[in-house]
Ligand binder design. Structure first.
Ligand code: HEM
Length: 164
């Protein structure tokens, strides 16, 4: 009984020291990805407010575009460099960089629309697609550090027991 408890404690300590860094990274990058997805959603809300004639909405939509490009590109760059050796880390970094590029494209299309070019038909669905893309980034962030654990499946029953 005492031996069992001791073994369990040892196992937990070992697993804690083995998994803790990736757990923290997963949590941190999931929060970042959720913030980016939420900001894109807020951007759509500003667009709606703009179309409803709310005064500040156009300026907010414009400012949010710049903020989104800068934050998503920075997050993508940091993830690509810092997480490149961690399973699924490089994938997340490249996804965020691609998302930053797509937001840049969306901004260019929005500006052209505002200048009279007939591109609203593209600007609106691309905005919706960007939300979906950001959701993919959230799911990639939740997989950081998990690739190799899955490949060596010897501790799968234990993980199932702890429901991770
Ligand atoms: C990440 C998503 C989005 C970005 C980065 C973005 C960016 C922009 C930018 C930079 C402009 C031009 C502002 C200027 O004059 O400089 C613009 C205009 C506009 N956007 Fe967006 N936008 C996004 C999503 C959306 C969505 C989802 C909608 C609609 C539901 C929308 C509707 C509009 C409208 C109606 C305009 C005004 C165009 C006009 O004046 O003719 N945008 N957007």
């Amino acid at each position: 009984m005492i031996a069992d408890t001791h073994d369990a404690a040892l196992h937990q300590n070992r697993s804690a020291s083995g998994r803790e860094p990736h757990d923290k990274l997963r949590r941190r990058w999931s929060v970042i990805a959720v913030l980016i997805a939420s900001a894109i959603l807020v951007q759509a809300a500003f667009a709606g407010a703009m179309l409803s004639g709310v005064d500040f909405a156009f300026a907010a939509h414009k400012a949010m575009a710049a903020l989104l490009i800068a934050s998503t590109f920075t997050a993508g760059l940091v993830a690509t460099i810092a997480l490149r050796r961690i399973p699924n880390g490089l994938k997340l970094g490249l996804m965020l960089l691609a998302l930053a590029f797509a937001i840049g494209l969306q901004t260019a299309i929005g500006k052209m629309s505002a200048n009279g070019v007939n591109l609203m038909w593209l600007h609106v669905p691309l905005g919706v697609a960007l939300v979906g893309f950001a959701m993919q980034a959230i799911s990639a962030a939740r997989k950081i550090g998990r690739g190799r654990e899955r490949a060596t499946n010897h501790d799968a029953p234990m993980r199932k027991l702890w429901s991770i």
